[in-house]
Write a protein that binds this ligand. Sequence first.
Ligand code: PXG
Length: 441
Amino acid sequence: MTVHQTLKNAPSLDAFWMPFTANRQFKAKPRLLASAKGMYYRTDDGREVLDGCAGLWCVNAGHGRQEIAEAVGRQVSELDFAPTFQMAHPLAFRLAERLTEIAPKGLDRIFFTNSGSESVDTALKIAFAYHRVRGEGQRTKLIGREKGYHGVGFGGISVGGLVNNRRMFPTLQADHLPHTLDIARNAFSKGTPPHGLELADSLEGLLNLHGPETVAAVIVEPVAGSAGVIPAPEGYLQKLRATCDKYGVLLIFDEVITGFGRLGQPFAAQYFGVTPDLMTTAKGITNGNLPMGAVFARREIHDTFMTGPETAIELFHGYTYSAHPVACAAALATLDIYKKEALLTRAADLAPTYEAAVHGMKGLPNVIDIRNLGLMAAVELRPREGAPGARGYEAMVKAFESGLLVRLTGDTLAFSPPLIVSEAEIDRMFSMMGDILKGVA
Ligand code: PXG
């Protein structure tokens, strides 16, 4: 009997087919979150859990923000839904305009989606269509990167580079840059790793292999998130930018995780000083409170579509819920909080404390690497002989049981707290984690 099953009126766990979860393992011993406020979740049995990963890298302003709750409530009463196909509502335009105020310079045309996966597929479709409109319809190939995660749409898994996400499914024509995780040379380096710039040279090789005139776009996460926090090496993104420019290939940054302040600038593009042609976002846009995503496009890309007859639909793409009014209201309230509390740059102030705290776990049992940038960090554990993932899973479960929520991929623990985190909470997170690791054989 689990705690959950002893609760009165507890629903059966059978019907919900859980995403990216070992369903049977979970349902045998569920972990249920019942409420949340600020930096903390509360479990169904009343325990407080420090949120070490902003939900799923999305609750950047912390939980239970009254301003967002009120904006959402008001919006449902005032205008619950309005179509944005050949019709619209004012909040859609207001939000797009507000987003351009924090966007990397030049990326000031916004296409709304409802998730990171939809943002990625939208950006890839814009890239294909852009080339086609310009008379380069032969650009039908894509380049992603090993270990990349770009959501679960068919476009996203095609450019993605995580083996398990691809192997069951047919994909589009895509090739992959080598990943930049190099524990042998970069272990325990702080911030952007010193080695790996030469890996960006493989882009030229891949383009030549396929014929550069056949490639539509290159997509990378500036810091790979799901694969376990792998920051781009020093100078790497600049090099990708230069190569894309040389061959007329679009560069897409997937900022679903790095967007909205995670690195101490509104977007990683600004942090690294490299401007992509398209940028995909989601998660933090509404503080994770409602599903929403947005693709930021360079104005010239947008304008290229605005050349045919004025009565013609320029891009045959969009979702029923593109710029959903309630999501727009949530996003506007979120942007107000980010501005008022200067949260989009707060990670820059906290980064040194965060870096020191996470690297304080160096030397603990089985810790083979620690990586960090902004308010992202990962601790990589040596896999158990013949049981990859088991040590990480045990550490994650023990953390949860002792009151700390962390993310796990394989044997890598990832940390990305809400941007409201205090220095004391940062210390608490990593001292708790350190104590747990001492007890995981
Ligand atoms: N791109 C990136 C870079 C992401 O991190 C997506 C696209 C897809 O977003 P949606 O909203 O469709 O899930 C993501 C999502 C984790 C984890 O901790 C990461 C994500 C989602 C779930 C878990 O590894 N990122």
